[in-house]
Design a protein around this ligand. Structure first.
Ligand SMILES: Cc1cc2nc3c(=O)[nH]c(=O)nc-3n(C[C@H](O)[C@H](O)[C@H](O)COP(=O)(O)OP(=O)(O)OC[C@H]3O[C@@H](n4cnc5c(N)ncnc54)[C@H](O)[C@@H]3O)c2cc1C
Ligand SMILES: Cc1cc2nc3c(=O)[nH]c(=O)nc-3n(C[C@H](O)[C@H](O)[C@H](O)COP(=O)(O)O)c2cc1C
Length: 787
């Protein structure tokens, strides 16, 4: 490695001697011993904060191959373990097979200092660094590893564009004289509220012990009054934590080390480099400690920076390569960390879950670890979770039935509503029959129609279906008949279900909606939300606000009498829907269409009784719900789809969604289908794997209402995980069903499930196994000889 062709970055300055800065310095020096590397650290290794530093098996591997000397030193210090213990309501649940290693942060720093010294890095301890701008004047590269409060980042905020987000919980890093052999999560229900400890061993007989709780719990417990009492502000806090966690600590002591109560701040930057200055470690990004230590990320950054400098022709290219390599990894970790952090913020709403489900919920909180992962690691643990959920042996959770009023769904998969835009005059035709019919044969428990419009002007596009006349009603009847004939009645009837099966068949649900201000647009593939080239019809909305200024029509603000007319249209369509044989009705109150735009404060600016506070904004959707519920058969369930957040400042939030769900339930909704956004054009959604499920989770766990989760749920493993964790009762998948109409049947085959909840249609039985590939059919070589 040493002795490179032409040197990139001859003179390197590193601001900050934390793990990120020191490791980067050591690697850069090792790559090129002739390079000059100087580290400025205003403190000293012995007065550092913190206790143990955790690494997963994966990061340890990277460190091992980059610098075996550092790795060998770390290995000697490592405490290793592979279990996670969760104590909740006096029950300890263990999940095994995880693979962690930790060491004392002070030992790690001492190792890195020693390595830097041995390699010839100039480490200047107890010395404040010159500013990055000053250093850049006579260095080829300035590594700003100056921590979460980075002064470099602040000085060049116009370029780095930092975003700092402070979160609700309070936490403090402590250590305990506790010999743990696993990661330990302690959930403590106190008179002040729920508190949690995240603990893990880092040397023989000692464990890091992070105490965390919601801000209001922290105040009720009086920690705000204790936080500034003695030199490091911790004595009162420590005594109090020792008392509170006495059962866990079994009389052992807690210790501080420059510890103080903090609120976690997520640091992100629009850009990580500025000329020859580059951010590294906490200066560039932070991720909540519950998902993986900042130390690990900082050291991984150092690895990537060193590798990029080795591979690229100049500093500029190297810094670009470093940022483009690390940014997606860090952002993905930050998304997972945010999910984890928010889960801990909501911990109080999960404590009533049975201990095994609670443990599973905690382990899968970031939505990266799934049922499948945990099953591979520790089958005994997941078997217990599945039993607790009520899944019969050998039955994946997604294949357990679910009942809403008089409708029993044979499994938990829903074909999410998808507009096909191929109707003529609102009449569903052969395409709809084949499309919905194929998905009904494909095994889902419930197949939803697209948004079916209650009036011609309530359509989104000229290709949308409707249910305002007899012809449409008859055409829908043809479809529901097919679904029921081929997949059973959907109401506990015998259905097809394969030979010998007696299970509910496929159910079909009708989604009813009105486009509001998002109507009169082109077909999806001709330009989503673009007005028609000609023949536009007038739009209506709560307020005269266009979807996009200068692009979409300004809608007419509906009068009270017009509202009553639209309400009656919904009721009339619901009556037709019942006659057409639908099993479930869903009211579309999402995505910025008419009912949704009443709910959002960004689109409803009315000053009459249909606007104003949430109660006012809910009034019209609830009047429609009441009218629909009154005519919809009482044995049949009613769902409401909402946008649980507008993803826009001043818009509806997750808190509003919980209140909306409660109101909907009071007016007869049986289940809430929890989508998000599409209400305003300038939304900023946080897309990612199953990114909408935290909203469904909140509604389910805070109101007790059944929920349908939807959005970027693509694998059956995710479906099983969401169900087992108690985040959803049903999972709706849209695009995966365009890719594969037999999604559910294939999920069953892949899980070796052949029971009644996923019956192959009899004519398809011969194809119910994946076709063998040519390769596996070929005879295996019997004898191989060297030439
Ligand atoms: C109280 C506390 C306890 C923690 N405990 C743990 C733990 O137990 N385990 C764990 O994995 N993570 C822990 N963390 C998180 C972890 O410390 C960081 O994520 C990690 O250290 C990041 O490494 P870094 O090198 O980027 O930054 P840091 O470790 O923060 O290092 C930055 C360094 O820069 C120095 N510096 C800043 N400005 C200047 C300047 N102008 N001149 C000279 N020096 C400067 C600082 O003194 C500091 O040493 C803890 C964090 C805090 C706040
Ligand atoms: C082609 C298409 C049409 C859609 N039409 C509707 C619709 O009519 N009503 C509705 O509520 N959602 C509609 N959606 C949204 C989906 O139901 C679903 O919420 C979204 O696609 C996220 O799920 P997915 O990640 O599984 O695709 C549509 C989505 C697609 C891809």
């Amino acid at each position: 490695m040493p002795g490179r062709r032409d040197r990139v970055a001859e003179r390197v300055a590193v601001i900050g001697g934390g793990p990120g800065g020191l490791y980067a310095a050591a690697l850069l020096k090792r790559l090129d011993p002739d390079r000059s590397v100087t580290v400025w650290e205003r403190g000293a290794p012995e007065d550092t904060f913190g206790f143990g530093v955790v690494f997963s098996d994966e990061t340890v591997g990277g460190i091992e191959s980059a610098d075996p000397v550092v790795y060998a030193g770390m290995r000697k210090e490592f405490v290793r373990w592979d279990a996670i213990d969760i104590r909740h309501r006096d029950r300890l649940t263990r999940s095994g097979g995880h693979g962690f290693a930790a060491l004392d942060r002070r030992r790690l720093l001492a190792l890195l200092y020693a390595r830097c010294r041995d390699l010839g890095v100039d480490v200047r301890i107890r010395t404040s660094a010159p500013t990055a701008a000053e250093l850049a004047a006579d260095h080829d590269l300035v590594v700003a590893a100056d921590g979460a409060h980075s002064a470099t980042r602040t000085a060049h905020a116009d370029v780095f564009r930092p975003r700092l987000t402070a979160h609700d919980c309070r936490y403090i890093w402590l250590s305990a004289d506790l010999p743990l052999d696993a990661f330990r999560f302690e959930v403590l229900e106190t008179p002040y509220g729920v508190m949690q400890a995240h603990a893990y061993p880092y040397r023989r007989g000692a464990s890091t012990f992070v105490v965390e709780m919601a801000e209001e719990v922290w105040r009720r417990a009086g920690f705000d009054r204790l936080s500034g009492d003695l030199p490091d502000g911790t004595e009162g806090t420590i005594a109090s934590c020792e008392k509170l966690f006495a059962g866990v600590l079994e009389g052992r002591a807690l210790h501080g080390n420059r510890s103080r109560w903090q609120s976690f701040t997520t640091v992100a930057n629009g850009r990580w480099r500025h000329g020859r200055i580059v951010l590294l470690g906490d200066a560039a990004h932070t991720a909540h400690f519950s998902i993986g230590s900042g130390t690990k990320l900082a050291m991984e950054d150092a690895l990537a920076l060193a590798a990029s400098l080795r591979e690229q022709p100049d500093v500029d290219a190297a810094l670009a390569a470093y940022e483009s390599e690390r940014r997606p990894v860090v952002e993905s970790t930050q998304r997972a960390a945010l999910a984890s952090l928010e889960w801990f913020e909501r911990l109080g709403s999960y404590v009533d879950q049975p201990p095994t489900q609670f443990a599973f919920n905690l382990l899968t909180r970031s939505r990266r670890v799934t049922h499948g992962n945990l099953r591979l690691r520790d089958r005994e643990f997941t078997d217990g979770v599945e039993r607790g959920f009520g899944a019969p042996p050998g039955t994946p959770p997604m294949f357990t039935p679910f009942t809403l009023r008089g409708l029993t769904l044979r499994n938990r998969v829903v074909v999410s509503p998808m507009d096909m835009y191929v109707a003529r005059d609102g009449v569903p035709g052969d395409f709809h029959l084949v499309h919905l019919g194929a998905r009904a044969l494909g095994g889902a428990g419930l197949v939803m129609t697209e948004m079916v419009c209650v009036s011609p002007n309530g359509r989104i596009t000229p290709g949308c279906t409707g249910l305002w006349n007899d012809e449409q009603e008859a055409a829908w009847r043809r479809i529901t008949d097919f679904v029921h004939r081929q997949g059973g009645t959907g109401q506990g009837g015998t259905g097809q279900g394969g030979p010998g099966h007696d299970a509910p068949g496929t159910a079909i649900g009708l989604q009813l909606g009105h486009s509001g201000r998002k109507g009169s647009t082109r077909l999806m593939w001709e330009g989503i939300d673009q007005p028609l080239p000609d023949g536009n019809w007038p739009l209506v909305a709560p307020s005269a606000l266009p979807y996009r200024e200068g692009v979409n029509q300004v809608p007419h603000a509906l009068t009270g009498r017009e509202l009553a007319g639209i309400r009656d249209r919904f009721a009339a369509a619901a009556e037709r829907g019942a006659r057409a044989g639908f099993d479930l009705l869903e009211l579309h109150c999402a995505h910025g269409y008419l009912l949704s735009s009443f709910l959002s404060p960004l689109t409803n600016r009315r000053t009459d009784r249909y606007g104003g506070d949430l109660a006012g904004r809910l009034r019209f959707p609830l009047e429609v719900l009441d009218a629909v519920r009154a005519v919809w058969p009482s044995r049949k369930p009613l769902s409401v789809r909402i946008s649980a957040t507008d993803w826009a400042p001043g818009g509806a939030t997750g808190d509003d969604a919980v209140a909306v769900a409660r109101a909907l339930a009071d007016h007869g909704a049986d289940v809430v289908d929890v989508s998000t956004g599409q209400v305003v054009a300038d939304e900023r959604p946080a897309f990612g794997r199953s990114y909408q499920t935290p909203f469904a989770d909140r509604i389910r766990n805070e109101t007790g209402l059944p929920v349908i989760a939807v959005g970027a749920i693509s694998s059956w493993d995710d479906v099983n995980s969401l169900l087992l964790a108690g985040r959803a009762d049903l999972c709706a998948l849209a695009r995966p069903h365009l890719y594969d109409p037999h999604w559910t049947l294939h999920a069953a085959a892949e899980q070796s499930y052949a029971g009644p909840a996923a019956p192959w249609p009899a004519p398809y039985l011969a194809g119910s196994r994946p076709p063998p590939t040519g390769r596996t059919d070929a005879p295996k070589p019997r004898l191989t000889l060297d030439s």
